[in-house]
Design a protein around this ligand. Structure first.
Ligand code: PLP
Length: 418
């Protein structure tokens, strides 16, 4: 294949690492073993170069300048939207570029939700949702007096009980809002199976794709979703960036929740008419540099191969699932037992070592993992856990990173078993 692969066509993480300058740095004087890509992915050099190039040679305010540089900025921004749309398998005309997935999920709840929900209507989410796909629905259902209902999780493993969906669909939810991949459980939602079930009762399917798009092949149109939100910084793009795909007929009927420059057709002193399509939801100066970076991130992930990325990550997760119980025998692993049913991450707890202590001890070896509730407090409460430790992998994760993880886990065990 390319410079990033073995002769057998598998991703070669040692080669991939070379594209990520930060991985050669030594924070605190220790080699970096970055196992927190689910929080934010590291940025490859081609992304950093694309942003520099835009800022050095193409920077102007898009959609405004009548001069050459202004048109170049507009072209760069729109070309980046088109590249991102191709990556996601959707038409560019249906892809709203926003500052984050949080903004995208709020747009669905506050625009579609407020426009379509009323007293007694039902919104269905899972008990495992990230706060960004929960709180906006809490707010809107409270405001319009609709009901928020939940697809439950297993009290021990946290796995989402999809077999309960059938029963809950009898409530005829107007929308079901779920994560494609859980940022705590690592489990992959069976979208292709549940989308027709949801549609058959007249409901819509809104998907939070934050943890999916960088870790596995995702063709949004093929998922059956009606809305799909994603985040640039989880994909190797900048912190600012992300967006919402929505079916054209839904977008057309939605009101903007932010108003101002760039999203209008005509403005008079006392009223205004709004632009058509995606532009109606992109008020103010668009994040051109963030969008250019996002397109470069899509290009790079495609170059690595999204199936190859997923296969590599599954190999890394298989090792985590196999060796974690040896390194820390009391570890309670959340989510699916089989790495093939996961994307990108494994979370666990231990009665012996608190997640925060674990993260601190691992940091002494340069191993960066996440400890806490991962913006999913209700799930942790359901599992009677105050915090979990989360290991997340990426195309640049190597066996050496995992060796350092397991050595650190053994250190922690020795300290707390004393
Ligand atoms: C599943 C999930 N949803 C939503 C978000 C929020 O994304 P953003 O940081 O782009 O607002 C995250 C990020 O942590 C996430 O993991």
């Amino acid at each position: 294949m390319t410079a990033w692969h073995t002769p057998a066509g598998q991703l070669d993480p040692a080669k991939v690492r070379a594209a990520y300058p930060i991985l050669a740095t030594k924070p605190g004087g220790r080699p970096l073993h970055y196992l927190d890509s689910a929080a934010t992915a590291q940025r490859p050099k081609p992304v950093i170069d694309a942003v520099s190039e835009f800022l050095l040679t193409g920077n102007a305010n898009p959609h405004r300048g009548a001069y050459t540089l202004g048109s170049m900025a507009t072209d760069a921004y729109e070309a980046a939207r088109t590249r991102t749309a191709t990556f996601l398998g959707v038409p560019a005309t249906e892809l709203v570029m926003l500052g984050s997935a949080t903004e995208a999920l709020n747009l669905v709840a506050r625009s579609w939700g407020k426009g379509n929900l009323s007293r007694g209507d039902v919104v269905l989410v899972t008990e495992a949702e990230h706060h960004a796909n929960l709180i906006p629905w809490q707010q809107v259902t409270r405001e319009v007096d609709a009901d928020l209902e939940f697809i439950p999780v297993d009290d021990v493993t946290g796995e989402i009980l999809w077999d309960r969906l059938d029963g809950l669909l009898k409530l005829r939810p107007k929308i079901v809002a779920i994560g494609h991949v859980s940022n705590v459980l690592g489990s992959i939602a069976p979208l292709a199976q549940i989308a027709p079930q949801i549609h058959s009762v007249g409901g819509l399917l809104a998907v939070d794709g934050c943890q999916a798009v960088a870790n596995m092949p995702v063709n949004i149109l093929g998922t059956g979703a009606d809305f799909y939100a994603f985040s640039a910084h989880k994909m190797g793009g900048l912190f600012s960036g992300g967006g919402l795909w929505a079916r054209a007929n839904l977008l057309e009927a939605m009101a903007p929740i932010e108003t101002g420059g760039d999203m209008i057709r005509e403005v008079r002193l006392r009223d205004a008419t709004f632009a058509e399509g995606t532009q109606r939801f992109e008020a103010g100066t668009p994040d051109a540099s963030g969008t250019v970076a996002l397109a470069a991130a899509c290009e790079f992930l495609d170059e690595l191969g999204r199936q190859q990325i997923h296969d590599h990550e599954v190999r890394m997760l298989e090792r985590v699932l196999r060796e974690l119980p040896e390194a820390l025998p009391d570890a309670r692993i959340l989510g699916p037992k089989n790495a093939k049913d996961r994307a990108g991450l494994v979370s666990f707890s231990s009665d012996l070592v608190h997640a925060h202590d674990l993260a601190t001890i691992l940091d002494r070896r340069g191993v960066a993992i996440r400890a806490g509730h991962h913006c999913a407090m209700p799930l942790h409460e359901q599992l009677e856990l105050s915090a979990t430790a989360r290991v997340s992998v990426a195309p640049y994760t190597t066996d050496e990173d995992l060796d350092a993880l397991f050595e650190g886990l053994r250190d922690a065990r020795k300290i707390f078993e004393r």
